[in-house]
Design a protein around this ligand. Sequence first.
Ligand code: NAD
Length: 329
Amino acid sequence: ARRNVLITGCSSGIGLALAVKMAKDEQKRFKVYATMRNLAKKEPLEEAAGRRLGKTLEIKQLDVCDEQSIKTCVNSIPDRRIDVLGKYRMFSNAGMGLIGPIECQTIDEMKTVMDTNFFGLVRLLKEILPDMKRRKSGHIVIISSVMGIQGKDVLFVPSGILFNDVYAASKFAVEGFCESLAIQALKFKLQLSLIEPGPVVTEFERKVFEDGMKMDLSAADEETAEMFTNIYLKNYKQIFQSLGQSAEDVAEHTVKIILAENPPFRHQTNTLYTPMTTLKYADPNGDLPIDIFYKMVFHHDKIFSASLNFIKLLRWRSRKSFDLGKPSQ
Ligand code: NAD
């Protein structure tokens, strides 16, 4: 049977790549409802979808911050039937990229990030979950995000992130929400998966960087402003150049998760930072990852260059073995 897949944020980046990849599936296993907040931006998606447009892919309007637009979109889908909900947490494209010292950010800017990244997901689920529960069928796939930084070299970790305080908080909110919901979902035979990419080379990268460069740092003390400019921003580009995945790569991982017979609750698309995750669980006091990230950022310890190389090796190895078993059909 064909799966109806609803994806949000499809005007660019990962959302666009995933929508196109699924619409072009050779076995025609998906009907994609590719949604975006502003339909005036649909041209790149239309172009990429080509002759699949109107067949395996339909474009619809949906703003995750607007309950009515979600309702209208879901009501327009035959029988409101959605088997897979791919939800993209928004970052910088819509002005969501909030990096920098919190002293220099307004509460309203922070609320917008939470409203999009966290409440956007809650709004979607409020609309779609009751249908999925009734049918006892559905898979909710959520794109989360992970990032961390080290002086010269850079690592991405699913943990707190220097100068990404509010963004990280919005991600933690999503993760806590999903961990709780997953228990109930199991009772209704629903599946929930969090996709956790590292850096992905999209418009997002350029916009976040530009916003950071333009930031008014006058409310911050000299040391903080200098840390943001000379450690964080200076390394930012390098992160994406050396470690960035393509949107297509993340889309490929996501499709495998969607097709897996027993999809995992969490899937990291860039195994480079997987060993860092273990730090979090290795110390119940929680000091270990904080201490290590501190040293990585401020002391550029040689030991961390060595561990970076080790992690790169692990990444290379696990890339070779990226296999989620046989697909469910
Ligand atoms: P992107 O900026 O190209 O995509 C984000 C999309 O969300 C845009 O199309 C934007 O228009 C849309 N959007 C913003 N607010 C919206 C709203 N209220 N309603 C509907 N759509 C809205 O960047 P991307 O890299 O493709 O990001 C996709 C997701 O992946 C983001 O949520 C981001 O947090 C996550 N992510 C990105 C990276 C990265 O390095 N690029 C890394 C990890 C996670």
